[in-house]
Design a protein around this ligand. Sequence first.
Ligand code: SF4
Length: 253
Amino acid sequence: MVNYSHSKLETFENCRLRYKYRYIDKIIPEIPKSIEAHLGTMVHEALEWLYKKVMSKQIPSITDLIDFYSEKWCENFAKDFLIVRKDMKAEDYFNRGVEFLVNYYLKHQPFTDNTIATEEKIEMNLDEAGEKKLIGYIDRLVHNIEKNEIEIHDYKTSASMQSKEKMENSRQLALYSLAMKQIFGKEKKISMVWHFLAHDMKFSISRTNEQLESLRKEVIELINHIEQTKDFPANKSRLCDWCEYRNICEAWK
Ligand code: SF4
């Protein structure tokens, strides 16, 4: 049995060659991580730390949060991080993270929305035989007592804002909704909540059981297709600028 994640499925859809390098050949990339990925990881870690404290009934100050973020940023920073945008320096990305966290903190304090877990690991059987398994991590889970629903919260640190249509069709959080239904029961209402930190905006939607069921079937079909695929051509696109295999990619020779 092979495990799948949303990012593994997405890699296959975006570029099969990258999928092959990463998941079949398991090539360890020589190109360092991008600064955007570092920013995303550090902001996620800072918010995870914040909510872990909140769950243990201690609310850190905004200064504590920024101190934690700064410490983590420096601890995990590497001078050779990939910076694609020539008009930006590493410190600009660091400052962007500070801005995200300050805005988020001011908007959500005193954090009383009843968070029940952070970085929650999801493992879900997509089919009854248990041959197709999906794994993932939910940034934050909330039990909204007032609405009697479970909320799946996801933080986005990219500069671009997704359209409403893209969110409505988003697969990642919908798959996590399916996983939550397996735990809490089909009748439990599950909401998906995106936090677009670069825009200081929050967006929330939910999907019906019928929509989730058709998504489950689509994903099974996609996995069947992946497992039958023999040909892994390159797909050149703007995503190549951030690809960790560009230095060995046949399309760029
Ligand atoms: S550089 Fe572009 S075409 Fe080559 S593997 Fe990466 S994403 Fe695919």
